[in-house]
Unconditional design. Structure first.
Lengths: 319, 423, 293
C-alpha cells in the first residue's frame, strides 16, 4: 500500500467510526434524517462521476437508476419481506444490469446523444413502474419497516450508517478506478475516443465497465430510500431533481479528482437542507439556479479546480 | 414526545459531531421553554405541483392563528406557526418533521397538504405517539392505523365519493360507466373505489383508461371515450388536465347519451382555473368541499372569507379559496376546541377529546370515526350552471354551482342529460 | 373496440399534435441542432414566452398569435445576450463546454421558473381567442381549431426557416458555421457573430412557439420540465439541424402518441414515444435525417 492509500483507508475508518459513535450517542433524530439525504447525494454524485466525470458520458438518468433501486426494494419487501442488505444487493444487481443494457444500447452514441438516450430511458422505466400495479402503480405504496437490528436502537440511525458504508464503498471504487489503468483509459476515451481506440485502448469494454459500476452504485444508493421514506411513488422516486442535483454536485465540486463530487455534494446538499428549514420557499429553487450558474461560470473546474489554482498561484504545484 | 435529548452533554456532543445544521436553531429554541407561544409545526407545499393548494391552505391556517391570537391566544399563550416548504415531494417530509419534532420541539403537528407528502410521516408520528391533524390526504391512515390522526378533509369513508356520484348518475337513468383517470396518486385512488362500487352494483364499465401526466392533447382520448357510448362519465383528473379535458369535450363533443359528466376533477375548485374555463364548465357535475350556497354558511364562515379574500389578492393566491382554505382554518378550530376543553397540551388527552366529540367549525360540524376520517362524508357533488366567460366574481354568488349531494345541504336538482345542462 | 374511424381520427389528431411538437422544437433545432449549444433552458424560454403572451392577452386583449409576433424582437435580443454570455463563459474556453453548458442552462431554467412564480403566482394560466374552444366539423369528424392553428404556424415556421437557411446570405453562413467553423474563420468571417445571430433567430422563433404553447393548453411555471424530454427527443430523432426533418419527426411522434392514447392503454403513451427514440438512436445514431453520417 502506498502512503496515500494508507491515509485514505485510515480516513475512511475514522469517518465510519465517527458515524457509528454518532448513531450510538446522539439522541436527536434530525441529524440522521438530514444527514442521510446528504450522504445519499454524496454517494450518488461519486457514482455518477465514474461515468460522467472520468469518461465524459453525461448521464441524465440518475433518477432512473435511483428509482429502480427504490422499487427493487419495494418489490422484494412486498414479495418476500427481504432484509435490508439483500435489498441493497438486489438493487446493485439490477443497476449493473441496467448499466450494461444502457451501455450496449448506446454503444455508438456519443456526447449529447448519450444524454438524450438516458432521458428517454428514464421516462420508459418510470412509465413501466407507473403501470405496475403490484408495487402500487401511480397511487404509490406504503411500506412497513421491520424491527431494527442491534446495535442500533432506531431504524433511521441504522440507515444513516448503512448509507455511510455505501459512501465509503463508492468513494473507494471511484478512487481505485482513477488510479488504475481503467481510469487512465477512461480519461483517454473522454479526451478523444477515436484516438484512444487507435492506440489500443479497449474503449468499448471500458465504457461498458463504467456504465455497469456507476449504475450498480446508483441503484444500491436508491435501495434503502424505500425504508427511509416507508413510502414510494413513481413521481418522487424518479424525480428529475436527482438527475439535476447529481450533475450539479459533480460539476460544482469538480470532476478531475475523486474528491470533487464529494465536496460538491456536501456543499450543495447541505445548502439545500439548510434552505429547506430556513428560507423555505420558491427562493430555495432560485438559490440552486444561481449557485449552478455562478459555479459553472466562475469556477469551470469546480471547487477542486479553484483550490488547485490557488495552490498553483503560490507556486507549489502538487497533485 | 417520547424521545427527547436527555442531557446537555449529548447536545453539545451533537454540535461537535458536525451536525451544524441542526445545532444552529437549537440554542434559540431553548429560550422558549414553557411559557413561550404554543408552536404548531408543519410542512406545506409552496413550490412544485401542489403549491397552489398548499399556499391557499396555509393562508387559511394563518387567518385562524391571527384570530386566535387577537382573542388572547390559547391557555394564555400566543399561537405560533413553524412552516417549511416540502416542494410537493415525499422525500422531503421525513427530515422536515424530524426537525420540527426533535429540534424545533413544536407543541403540535399539522400534516402537509395532500397525500404524497403526508404518507412518509405517518409511521413516524405513530411510532412517537404524536397527534397529527391531516390536511386533505386520502386514506393515508388505512394501513398505518394511527389512533391519533384526524383528517380535516370531508372525504369520509373511502367509497362514499364514488357512491354519491354514481347515485346521481343512476338516478338520472345511467346504465353504464366510463372511467378516465390521471395516472397519478389521488386520481388512481378515486378510480379504484369507483371500479369497486360499480362492480358491487353490476354497473358495466365500458371504458377504463389512465392517461399519463403531462398529456397535452385530450382530443383522441375523448374521441375514444365517446365511441364507447357511456351514460355516466367519471373523470378523476389533475388541474392542468381538467382544463384540457373540458376543452376537448367542448370541441369533440361527448354524445347525447351521457347523463352526468365529472365527479373527481381536481382543479375545477380553483378560482384561476374556473375563471379560465368559464362557460365550458356548464353542466359538469363535480366534487367540491365548500360552495357559496346558503346551506354552507356556519358560524364564522362569512367573516373568514372576508378576511381571506383581502389577504389572498395581496399574496397572489387563489382569490376564491373555497377548496382548502376554510378547512385549514377548521384544522385550527379543532385543535383550539380540544385544547380549551382539555386545558393542556397533553397529546393523548387532546386526541381522546377529538375522537369522542363533535366539533363546530366554519365548514360545519365535524365528527371522526375510529380511523380518523370523517364519520360521514361531506364531499359535495355540485353542478355548474349559467357560468359565463372571464368572470371571477360570478363564482361568489350562489346558484353557479348547485349542490346535488349530500341531501342535507342540497340546493337544487340535477339537469340531465349532460348536453342539455350545458346550454 | 377497434374501429377504422377511430384510427383515422387518431392519425389526423396525431399529425396536428405532431405539428405542435414540431413548432415548439424548431428553435431548439437551430440552437442545439445547428449550433451544438446544449440548450436545456429552451423549454423554460418557451414557457417564459407563453407568460409574456398571457400578459399581453390578459391586460391589453391582444390576440395570442399577434402577441407572439410582438415579442419576437424582444426575444431576439434576449437570445443575442444569452449566447454572448454562453460563448464568453464556455465556448471560448474550449473543453467541456457541453457538460458545463448543460448545468449552466439548467441553472437559467430554474431562475426563470422562480421569476415567473414570483411575478404570476403558481396557478395555471391560459389565453382567450376566437379559435380556442371550438372545432371544425367535417361530417362525423371534429377537429379543434387550436390544433389547426398549430398546424398552420408549424408549417409556416418550417418553410420560413428552411428558406432563410438556404436562400439568404446569413442563413447559408449559419449552415456553414454548423459544418466547419475553422473554414469560415479562414475566409475572414467571424463565426461567433454568425452563431450569435443564429441563436437570436432561434430564440425569436420561441416567441411564436410560446404563443402556440398557451393556445393549445394552459401553462404553469414548471411546465418546462415536461418539455425537456419531448423537444430534445424531436430534434435528436430528426437528426441535428434539419428543419423539415424536425417537423416530420415531430409528426411521427405525435401520431404514435395519439394512436397509443386512442387504441391501446393511454398510460403507456410516453413509454412508446421514448422507446421509439431509443430504438432510432441505437440503430441510427445520427437521427432519421441527420447531417452527419
Amino acid at each position: 500500500m502506498t502512503r496515500s492509500s494508507i491515509a485514505f483507508w485510515a480516513g475512511a475508518a475514522v469517518f465510519l467510526a465517527a458515524v457509528f459513535v454518532m448513531t450510538q450517542v446522539v439522541g436527536n433524530q434530525y441529524p440522521f434524517f438530514a444527514g442521510y439525504i446528504i450522504l445519499q447525494f454524496i454517494a450518488l454524485a461519486v457514482a455518477w462521476s465514474i461515468l460522467g466525470g472520468y469518461a465524459g458520458y453525461v448521464n441524465f438518468g440518475t433518477s432512473a437508476f435511483y428509482g429502480v433501486g427504490v422499487y427493487a426494494s419495494v418489490f422484494l419487501v412486498k414479495a418476500f419481506g427481504a432484509p435490508l442488505p439483500l435489498q441493497i444487493l438486489a438493487g446493485a444487481a439490477m443497476g449493473a444490469l441496467m448499466g450494461l443494457a444502457l451501455g450496449l444500447l448506446t454503444l455508438r452514441m456519443q456526447g449529447i446523444f448519450f444524454s438524450i438516450a438516458t432521458i428517454a430511458l428514464t421516462i420508459v422505466i418510470e412509465t413501466a413502474i407507473t403501470n405496475w400495479r403490484y408495487v402500487g402503480g401511480a397511487a404509490g405504496i406504503q411500506i412497513q419497516r421491520p424491527e431494527v437490528t442491534a446495535p442500533f436502537d432506531n431504524y433511521v440511525q441504522m440507515l444513516f450508517f448503512v448509507q455511510a458504508l455505501l459512501v465509503v464503498l463508492a468513494v473507494a471504487i471511484s478512487r481505485y478506478i482513477q488510479n488504475s489503468w481503467i481510469g487512465r483509459g477512461l480519461q483517454a476515451l473522454r479526451d478523444d475516443e477515436l484516438a484512444a481506440e487507435c492506440t489500443g485502448v479497449p474503449t468499448l469494454r471500458l465504457k461498458l465497465l463504467a456504465c455497469v459500476i456507476s449504475g450498480a452504485l446508483m441503484c444500491a444508493v436508491g435501495a434503502p430510500a424505500a425504508m427511509y421514506l416507508q413510502y414510494a411513488d413513481p413521481a418522487s422516486a424518479f424525480n428529475l431533481n436527482y438527475s439535476v442535483s447529481t450533475l450539479a454536485m459533480s460539476l460544482i465540486g469538480g470532476t478531475a479528482h475523486w474528491s470533487g463530487p464529494i465536496i460538491g455534494a456536501i456543499v450543495l446538499a447541505t445548502t439545500q437542507q439548510l434552505l429547506t428549514v430556513t428560507i423555505s420557499s420558491e427562493v430555495n429553487v432560485l438559490v440552486l439556479g444561481v449557485m449552478l450558474v455562478l459555479f459553472v461560470v466562475g469556477a469551470p473546474d469546480g471547487i477542486i479546480g479553484l483550490i488547485a489554482r490557488l495552490r498553483g498561484n503560490r507556486g507549489k504545484g502538487e497533485a | 414526545m417520547s424521545k427527547k435529548v436527555s442531557s446537555i452533554s449529548r447536545r453539545s456532543l451533537l454540535a461537535t459531531a458536525g451536525a451544524a445544521l441542526a445545532a444552529a436553531p437549537l440554542g434559540a429554541n431553548l429560550l422558549h421553554a414553557q411559557q413561550g407561544p404554543i408552536r404548531i409545526g408543519m410542512s406545506m407545499p409552496q413550490t412544485g405541483g401542489l403549491a397552489g393548494g398548499g399556499k391557499a391552505s396555509l393562508l387559511g391556517i394563518e387567518i385562524w392563528r391571527d384570530d386566535v391570537n387577537a382573542a388572547g391566544g390559547l391557555l394564555g399563550r400566543k399561537v405560533e406557526l413553524v412552516v417549511y416548504d416540502d416542494k410537493s415531494s415525499a422525500s422531503e417530509t421525513p427530515a422536515i418533521y424530524s426537525k420540527l419534532i426533535d429540534v424545533d420541539k413544536v407543541d403540535l403537528l399539522f400534516a402537509p397538504y395532500a397525500t404524497v407528502p403526508t404518507a412518509p410521516i405517518m409511521p413516524m408520528v405513530k411510532q412517537r405517539g404524536l397527534l397529527l391533524i391531516g390536511n386533505f390526504s386520502f386514506q393515508v391512515n388505512s394501513k398505518v392505523g394511527h389512533d391519533m390522526w384526524f383528517n380535516n378533509a370531508p372525504w369520509g369513508p373511502a367509497d362514499s365519493w364514488a357512491t354519491s356520484f354514481l347515485d346521481i348518475g343512476q338516478k338520472a337513468g345511467g346504465k353504464s360507466m366510463a372511467l378516465l383517470a390521471a395516472d397519478q396518486e389521488f386520481a388512481q385512488n378515486l378510480a379504484k373505489t369507483a371500479r369497486e362500487v360499480a362492480a358491487k352494483r353490476n354497473l358495466p364499465v365500458v371504458f377504463d383508461q389512465a392517461y399519463p401526466p403531462a398529456t397535452v392533447e385530450f382530443s383522441s382520448i375523448i374521441r375514444a371515450l365517446k365511441a364507447s357510448k357511456p351514460d355516466i362519465v367519471y373523470v378523476a383528473s389533475y388541474p392542468p388536465d381538467s382544463a384540457g379535458i373540458l376543452r376537448a369535450v367542448n370541441e369533440i363533443g361527448i354524445g347525447d347519451n351521457v347523463k352526468v359528466f365529472g365527479g373527481g376533477m381536481v382543479g375545477l375548485q380553483f378560482g384561476a382555473v374556473m375563471e379560465n374555463m368559464g362557460s365550458l364548465l356548464n353542466g359538469v357535475v363535480n366534487y367540491n368541499t365548500w360552495l357559496p350556497e346558503k346551506s354552507m354558511y356556519f358560524d364564522g364562515t362569512k367573516e373568514f372569507f372576508d378576511k381571506y379574500t383581502k389577504r389572498a389578492v395581496e399574496a397572489k393566491i387563489d382569490p376564491l379559496g373555497y377548496y382548502l382554505a376554510p378547512f385549514g382554518y377548521a384544522s385550527g378550530q379543532l385543535i383550539e376546541q380540544a385544547i380549551k376543553a382539555v386545558g393542556s397540551l397533553d397529546q393523548k388527552a387532546l386526541a381522546k377529546y377529538l375522537r369522542e366529540n363533535t366539533h363546530k367549525t366554519i365548514v360545519g360540524p365535524i365528527a371522526f370515526s375510529p380511523d380518523g376520517e370523517r364519520k360521514e362524508t361531506a364531499v359535495l357533488q355540485a353542478q355548474f350552471r349559467g357560468v359565463v366567460d372571464k368572470n371571477m366574481e360570478q363564482f361568489r354568488t350562489s346558484g353557479k354551482q348547485v349542490i346535488l349531494f349530500p341531501d342535507n345541504l342540497k340546493s337544487g336538482e340535477l339537469i340531465a342529460p349532460f348536453e342539455a345542462a350545458r346550454k | 373496440m377497434f374501429s377504422l374511424d377511430l384510427l383515422l381520427d387518431a392519425v389526423v389528431i396525431g399529425v396536428l399534435l405532431g405539428c405542435f411538437y414540431g413548432a415548439v422544437s424548431l428553435g431548439l433545432s437551430v440552437s442545439f441542432g445547428l449550433l451544438d449549444v446544449p440548450h436545456v433552458a429552451h423549454p423554460a424560454f418557451l414557457v417564459l414566452a407563453s407568460y409574456a403572451v398571457y400578459f399581453l392577452n390578459e391586460h391589453y386583449a391582444v390576440d395570442p398569435l399577434l402577441a407572439g409576433l410582438l415579442i419576437t424582437p424582444v426575444f431576439f435580443v434576449f437570445g443575442l445576450a444569452a449566447y454572448r454570455l454562453y460563448y464568453e463563459t464556455f465556448e471560448k474556453r474550449g473543453s467541456d463546454a457541453a457538460v458545463r453548458g448543460i448545468a449552466f442552462f439548467f441553472g437559467i431554467a430554474f431562475i426563470i421558473e422562480v421569476l415567473i412564480i414570483l411575478q404570476f403566482g403558481v396557478d395555471q394560466r391560459s389565453v382567450t381567442a376566437d379559435y380556442i374552444g371550438k372545432a371544425l366539423r367535417l361530417g362525423d369528424f371534429r377537429i379543434p381549431y387550436r390544433l389547426l392553428v398549430a398546424f398552420g404556424v408549424a408549417t409556416a415556421l418550417t418553410v420560413l426557416l428552411t428558406l432563410y437557411l438556404s436562400r439568404t446570405f446569413m442563413g447559408r453562413a449559419i449552415q456553414a458555421v454548423a459544418q466547419d467553423q475553422e473554414a469560415l474563420r479562414l475566409m475572414g468571417t467571424n463565426p461567433v457573430k454568425i452563431k450569435q445571430w443564429a441563436f437570436g433567430i432561434a430564440t425569436a422563433v420561441l416567441g411564436i412557439s410560446g404563443a402556440l404553447l398557451i393556445i393549445v393548453a394552459p401553462v404553469d411555471p414548471t411546465l418546462d420540465r415536461a418539455y425537456i424530454g419531448r423537444t430534445f427527443c424531436v430534434v435528436v430523432m430528426a437528426g441535428l439541424g434539419s428543419m423539415g426533418g424536425t417537423l416530420v419527426a415531430a409528426i411521427i411522434l405525435g401520431v404514435a402518441e395519439s394512436i397509443v392514447l386512442t387504441m391501446f392503454g393511454a398510460s403507456w403513451a410516453p413509454a412508446i414515444s421514448f422507446a421509439m427514440l431509443l430504438g432510432i438512436l441505437a440503430v441510427r445514431p445520427q437521427g432519421l435525417f441527420g447531417r452527419r453520417s
